[in-house]
Design a protein around this ligand. Structure first.
Ligand code: 6R9
Length: 641
C-alpha cells in the first residue's frame, strides 16, 4: 500500500517529522527528563521531582510519585484563573436537531462543577469514595466526572447502554455507595429510562447504595425512593469548594472493561500519570490550536470519552463538542450537519460509524460544508483501507490528515498513531509509536521478533498513562497483562510491523471480540446464555461483519428435550440483552447437539472461529478431538444457513 504524504500546504504546529524523531529518541533515551518536561503542561500544587518509578516484574508502576495536583483544577479552574473564563469549554449538541445547542464557557463549567461537587459533599461523598455514573451524553456527565475529581472521589462511569444487571455488578464490584444518573437519556428519538434502570439495579439482592443523585434532563416521570433519591437541583450550592490536592498516585477513576475470562475488570487509573498522558497525547495527536472546535463522537461511558472528550481536551483548554445523539438520526447526514453547524476542525470517530455512513453513499456528506475540518481521527478497532480512503477522500476531501489511533482502556491514552502532517499515512496502519512507547512483537513462545514481521503486541516499558491495577484484584492485573510474556505488558492484540516501522493492528488474539468498537469478552456472552434455563452449554466467537467489524456468533447446546425454534432464538437474544445490554445481542445463533472438545473437555474455539468465518479449508489439527463427527455436523449446519 502506498503511503500518503502530508500535503505540503499543511504544517503541524507542534511537531514536524524531524521533531518526531528527535523527541521519540529523547523519550526513549532519557525518559525521566522527557516526562518531567511534559509534566509541565499541568499545574501541580507540588511539582514532582522524578517521573517513572516502575517494574513489570514484579509489577509495580508509579509515576510522578512525589507530586500533588488536581485534574479538575487543570481542566477547569486553571483556565478561569488564567483569564480564559469566557472561552467555550463544551458545546452541547442535543439528540433532536430542533433543540437548541448549548455553549458552556469555562466560567460556567466551573460554576456547574462546583455546584455538583457541593451536592456530592452534601450527600456524604468523601475523598477516595467510589461514585458510579450512569449518564446520558449530556454536559452533566462531564460535570459529574470533574466534580468527583475535584473532591478526590473515584468515578466509575457505566455506559448508559448497559442493562440493570450489568450496572448492578459494577456497583457492587467497586463498593460504590453513590450513583449519579438522569431521569432518562435520548438517542435517535428513543428514550433510555436511565433512572428506572438504576432502580432495577438497586432492587437486586445485595445491591445497596446510600444515595442516588438524579439530573432532570428529559422530564420523564420517575419512581422515587425517599431518603435515597435526590434531584441534583435540590442539592446544589455555590459555596466555595476548593480542589482537593491529590497525590499523583491517588486513584482518579475505575472503568470496567471486558477481558478473555471472567467478569469485566475494573481498570484503575491514577491522577498524575493519566493527566500528563492524556494532556500530552491530545496536544500532539490532534495538533490542537487555540480556538479550534474539537469533536469526539464517543460516549463518556468508554475510555475514549474519558480521555478525549473530557480530560485531554479540557486540560488543553480546547472547545470540546458533546453530542447526545446517533449518526443516523434524523438521517445519515447528521454528523456532517453538526460539523457544518459548529465549524468542527478536529473530528474523532470509530470505523464502525465510518463504514455505516459509507454505505449511505457520498450525497449525505457532500450536502454539508466540511471546509472547517483539518484532522480526522479513528479509534476502537482496525479500520479497513476502503473505509480509510472514503474517510480521507470523501469526508476530508483529500485535504485532512487522518490519524488512526491505537490504544486501550488499560493504556489510558493513544499509544500508536501517526502525527498529523508530520508522518506519511498508510491506510489501515495505525502508524508509529507515540513518545515513550516501546512496542515489541513476540511469537507465541515469547521469542522477540525483529524487523518487518508479525506477532503478538507487547509494550516493554511503562508510560505515564498506564493502568495501575484491577480494582480489588491486583493478582488478576498481573495475571492478565504481565504473565503471558513475563516482564512485558501484553496487549492482547496481534500486529504486523512493516519495513518502514509502521504498525498494523490485526485484531485481538485472545477471547475478546470487538463489536462496533465495543470490547466484549466471549465468556461474558457465554455466561449470559447459560443462565437461560433451556441452555446447556454455549460457545461464543467473533466473525467478520461488514459494519460492526465483528459480529457475535453463538454456538448453543440446549438441554435434553428442548427444541430450537425462531421463538427460542428471539428469547435468547432478548435474554442476553437483558443480562448485558443491547451491544451484546447475538448476531447468529447456531444450535448444535454438541461442541467440538478435546479429550480433556476443552472447547476447541479455533475450530469454532473458522466455521463461523465460513473457512473450512484451514481447520488445522482436529486429531485431538474427542468426537470429530461433531465438526462435520457443525459445518453442514453452517453451510445450510
Ligand atoms: C480506545 C479503545 C481496545 C481494543 C484494542 C484493539 C482495538 C482500538 C484500534 C484498535 C486497531 C485501532 N483497537 N483502537 N484496533 N486499530 N486504531 O478502543 O479501548 O475499548 O479498551 O478497546 O480495541 O483490539 O485492544 P478499548
Amino acid at each position: 500500500m502506498d503511503a500518503i504524504s502530508p500535503p505540503a500546504t499543511h504544517q503541524n504546529a507542534h511537531a514536524k517529522a524531524e521533531d518526531y524523531h528527535a523527541l521519540y529518541r529523547q523519550s526513549a533515551e532519557e525518559p525521566d527528563a522527557f516526562w518531567l518536561k511534559q509534566a509541565e503542561r499541568l499545574h501541580w500544587f507540588v511539582p514532582p521531582t522524578r517521573a517513572g518509578d516502575w517494574s513489570f516484574d514484579p509489577v509495580d508502576i508509579k509515576w510522578y510519585e512525589d507530586g500533588t495536583l488536581n485534574l479538575c483544577h487543570n481542566a477547569v479552574d486553571r483556565h478561569v484563573e488564567e483569564r480564559h473564563g469566557d472561552q467555550t469549554a463544551i458545546i452541547f449538541e442535543p439528540d433532536d436537531p430542533a433543540d437548541e445547542a448549548r455553549h458552556i464557557s469555562y466560567d460556567e463549567l466551573k460554576r456547574e462543577v462546583v455546584a455538583m461537587a457541593n451536592a456530592l459533599k452534601a450527600l456524604g461523598v468523601k475523598k477516595g469514595d467510589r461514585v458510579t455514573l450512569y449518564m446520558p451524553m449530556i454536559p452533566e456527565g462531564a460535570y459529574a466526572m470533574l466534580a468527583c475529581a475535584r473532591i478526590g472521589a473515584v468515578h466509575s462511569v457505566v455506559f448508559g447502554g448497559f442493562s440493570p444487571e450489568a450496572l448492578a455488578g459494577r456497583i457492587t464490584d467497586c463498593g460504590s455507595r453513590f450513583v449519579i444518573t438522569a431521569d432518562a437519556g435520548k438517542r435517535g428519538s428513543k428514550t433510555v429510562p436511565l433512572k428506572a434502570n438504576v432502580d432495577a439495579a438497586l432492587a437486586q439482592d445485595g445491591v445497596d447504595v446510600d444515595a442516588v443523585l438524579v439530573v432532570k434532563h428529559v422530564g420523564s416521570d420517575v419512581d422515587w425512593t425517599e431518603g435515597r433519591d435526590h434531584w441534583l437541583h435540590d442539592k446544589v450550592s455555590d459555596a466555595a469548594c476548593p480542589c482537593e490536592p491529590m497525590a499523583a498516585e491517588d486513584p482518579l477513576f475505575i472503568l470496567y472493561t471486558s477481558g478473555s475470562t471472567g467478569k469485566p475488570k475494573g481498570v484503575l487509573h491514577t491522577t498524575g500519570g493519566y493527566g500528563v498522558w492524556t494532556a500530552t497525547t491530545f496536544h500532539y495527536v490532534f495538533d490542537y490550536q487555540p480556538g479550534e472546535i474539537y469533536w469526539c463522537t464517543a460516549d463518556i461511558g468508554w475510555v475514549t470519552g474519558h480521555s478525549y472528550i473530557v480530560y485531554g481536551p479540557l486540560m488543553n483548554r480546547a472547545t470540546s463538542l458533546m453530542f447526545e445523539g446517533v449518526p443516523s438520526y434524523p438521517d445519515a447526514s447528521r454528523f456532517w450537519a453538526v460539523v457544518e453547524k459548529h465549524k468542527v476542525n478536529l473530528f474523532y470517530t470509530a470505523p464502525t460509524a465510518i463504514r455505516a455512513l459509507m454505505r449511505e453513499g457520498d450525497a449525505p456528506v457532500q450536502k454539508h460544508d466540511r471546509s472547517s475540518l483539518r484532522v480526522l481521527g479513528s479509534v476502537g478497532e482496525p479500520i479497513n483501507p476502503e473505509a480509510w480512503r472514503w474517510y480521507y477522500e470523501v469526508v476530508g476531501e483529500s485535504r485532512c490528515a487522518v490519524v488512526d489511533t491505537w490504544w486501550q482502556t488499560e493504556t489510558g491514552g493513544i499509544m500508536i498513531t501517526t502525527l498529523p502532517n508530520a508522518h506519511a499515512m498508510k491506510p489501515g496502519s495505525a502508524g508509529k509509536p507515540f513518545f515513550g512507547i516501546q512496542p515489541q512483537l513476540v511469537d507465541n513462545d515469547g521469542g522477540v521478533l525483529e524487523g518487518a514481521t508479525e506477532g503478538n503486541l507487547c509494550i516493554t516499558a511503562s508510560w505515564p498513562g498506564q493502568a495501575r491495577t484491577v480494582y480489588g484484584d491486583h493478582e488478576r492485573f498481573i495475571q492478565t497483562y504481565f504473565s503471558t510474556y513475563k516482564g512485558k505488558y501484553f496487549t492482547g492484540d496481534g500486529c504486523r510491523r512493516d519495513e518502514d516501522g509502521y504498525y498494523w493492528i490485526t485484531g485481538r488474539v485472545d477471547d475478546v471480540i470487538n463489536v462496533s468498537g465495543h470490547r466484549m469478552g466471549t465468556a461474558e456472552v457465554e455466561s449470559a446464555l447459560v443462565l437461560h434455563d433451556k441452555v446447556c452449554e454455549a460457545a461464543v466467537v467473533g466473525y467478520p461483519h461488514d459494519i460492526k467489524g465483528q459480529g457475535i456468533y453463538c454456538y448453543v447446546t440446549l438441554n435434553a428435550g428442548e427444541e430450537s425454534s425462531d421463538d427460542l432464538c428471539a428469547e435468547l437474544r432478548a435474554h442476553v440483552r437483558k443480562e448485558i445490554g443491547p451491544i451484546a445481542t447475538p448476531d447468529h445463533l447456531h444450535f448444535t447437539p454438541g461442541l467440538p472438545k478435546t479429550r480433556s473437555g476443552k472447547i476447541m474455539r479455533r475450530i469454532l472461529r473458522k466455521i463461523a468465518e465460513n473457512d473450512y479449508g484451514a481447520l488445522g489439527d482436529t486429531s485431538t478431538l474427542a468426537d470429530p463427527s461433531v465438526v462435520d455436523e457443525l459445518i453442514e449446519t453452517r453451510q445450510n444457513r
